[in-house]
Design a protein. Structure first.
Length: 340
């Protein structure tokens, strides 16, 4: 059973230029990209429809200029959509007053951006406690909460450091901790690791995975890096020219791309990194041998399966045996990139 929808948008448009609302209201059908350009407008987001479920990591990806950052800013109403409907916990966000939106962002939305935006004159502790100060929380309480989050993100011992005394990865941890301090219901991350060196970026991805396993936040994560997307995402929305052209799990995107563009985007990804054991297992159940999770990728368990002389039991999250996996099926994916 799918988790409840936490945040959704219906037919969201964001056009930049004069009389954009009037242009859309006069259009009987959704205007094409050429029609928008002929009207002297710039299409940042076109007719986007998305449901983001509670507790999922929803990645929005696309090349620079695809509209992904604009869409996320529309979802949080940092940018006002030209048209469409926004629903947060079933309530119409576009009907919320400015003061109501300020309170929602302060208490229910956390945001992390590519540029750390730390306050240079404040220590790590004070940077993380800053949004709680804005909320009006007293100093002892906000510092206690800040210290809890500092420990959570692995910065214990650096409470009194200033941003200039931290590495890039440590500064981004401060940014992450600051956004988590308000205990947000929805966590927006806009290319938070793209400015980091590759090794630090991988480390921060690992940290993100660890935190999500602990916190189970509803996350909207923007990236242009498909490798990063498949590591982190439960589902991915691919954007092009302001349009959401496919929403699917990483496995579905790679195996069943909706367009040539999506296929090209995913062409270089090794199938073993995204194909799950549940997709290639046999329905024959066996009870002997090391249990393999159906949700594990071929890459994650290939050594165990290939080194086994017999088929191994495949289990669901409740530890129930639902099938078996043998070395031939795994080797076929590893060598040929094929499921059968």
């Amino acid at each position: 059973m799918a988790a409840p929808v936490k945040l959704s948008c219906r037919h969201i448009w964001k056009l930049f230029g004069n009389d954009a609302e009037a242009f859309l209201s006069k259009s009987k059908q959704p205007p094409t990209l050429d029609e928008i350009k002929q009207a002297g407008l710039i299409a940042a987001v076109r007719n986007a429809n998305i449901d983001i479920h509670e507790g999922e990591t929803f990645v929005i990806m696309g090349l620079s200029g695809s509209g992904k950052s604009t869409l996320v800013r529309c979802l949080s109403r940092l940018i006002e959509p030209t048209a469409g409907e926004l629903l947060f916990e079933g309530k119409d966000l576009r009907a919320a007053s400015d003061n109501e939106m300020i309170e929602i962002r302060r208490h229910k939305m956390g945001m992390v951006f590519q540029h750390f935006a730390l306050l240079p004159h404040l220590t790590v502790l004070d940077n993380i406690a800053f949004p709680l100060d804005i909320q009006g929380m007293d100093r002892p309480t906000r510092e206690t909460k800040a210290r809890e989050v500092i420990e959570l993100v692995g910065l214990s011992g650096r409470e009194d450091y200033f941003p200039r005394e931290l590495s890039g990865g440590q500064q981004q941890r401060v940014g992450i901790a600051r956004s988590l301090a308000v205990e947000p219901d929805v966590w927006f991350l806009d290319e938070p690791f793209s400015a980091l060196d590759p090794l630090i970026r991988r480390e921060m991805q690992d940290e993100f995975i660890r935190l999500q396993a602990l916190l189970h936040k509803t996350i909207v994560f923007i990236t242009h890096d498909f490798d990063e997307a498949i590591r982190l995402a439960d589902r991915i929305a691919v954007m092009k020219d302001g349009e959401v052209i496919q929403i699917a799990t990483p496995e579905q995107l790679v195996l069943n791309p909706a367009t040539d563009y999506v296929e090209e985007f995913t062409r270089h990804i090794p199938r073993s990194k995204i194909v799950t054991i549940g997709s290639i297992m046999s329905s024959v159940k066996v009870a002997v041998g090391e249990k393999i999770l159906a949700s594990a990728t071929v890459d994650e368990v290939s050594r165990t399966v290939v080194e086994s002389k017999q088929a191994l039991p495949v289990v669901n999250p409740e530890d129930q045996i639902i099938g078996s996996i043998g070395r031939e099926a795994v080797i076929n994916v590893l060598v040929n990139g094929e499921l059968n």
